[in-house]
Design a protein around this ligand. Sequence first.
Ligand code: HEM
Length: 197
Amino acid sequence: MHSFATRKRPKRYEKDGKTKEDAAVTTQTTEDETATEDLIDPIAELPGFNETESRIAVLGHPIHAMSVAFPVALTFCALGADALYWWTGQTFWARAALWAAGTGFLFGMFAGLSGTAELLLVSGIRVRAPAWTHFIIAVTLLALLGANWGYRLYGYEQAVLPYGILLSGLCVLVVGFTGWHGGKLVFDYRLGTSKGI
Ligand code: HEM
């Protein structure tokens, strides 16, 4: 059965005077051996499939890869500050959590913009489904980071327990997943890298 992703090249049976049945018998082994080679991935055949090198870069270094460290670290800081507020009861930590959540969201938006530009401008990234999966996970993360910040703006101390710290915990889970998936794009699919070297 043919899938959406792969199809087989059409077979020409009645070549050189052979019947369909004769050809089926004599070519069976060859077909089995070459079946894998015959499969065509229509996505891989698109022009620009192998062009995956970063365009949003400084001297060849992708801005997205450089900027994601900040939202990742700040998301963890927000959870840490929430936990310390819970433990010590000091207002300082609730304020620290507000700042960590806010700056985490803003740096996340910057990382998201550079990633989105990369996704839309680089043909080899644009045609790959995993890049769009990463986009969906990352946008979910940005919505959560924004909610975690916005919720605290109406009273950052009262916001921490219980919903602030729960939101921070959820953000840590989703940022971990986003970062892990982003790493797959780079290290498994080699997106953003130059493959020729
Ligand atoms: C919102 C839209 C986003 C898009 C479209 C996007 C797209 C991409 C792309 C195409 C790559 C491959 C490397 C490159 O070409 O630069 C990548 C890598 C990565 N992304 Fe995103 N991204 C987005 C947001 C985020 C966010 C918010 C985070 C985390 C806070 C994140 C974490 C990562 C990580 C950790 C990598 C691997 C970087 C490396 O190891 O070099 N991404 N992303």
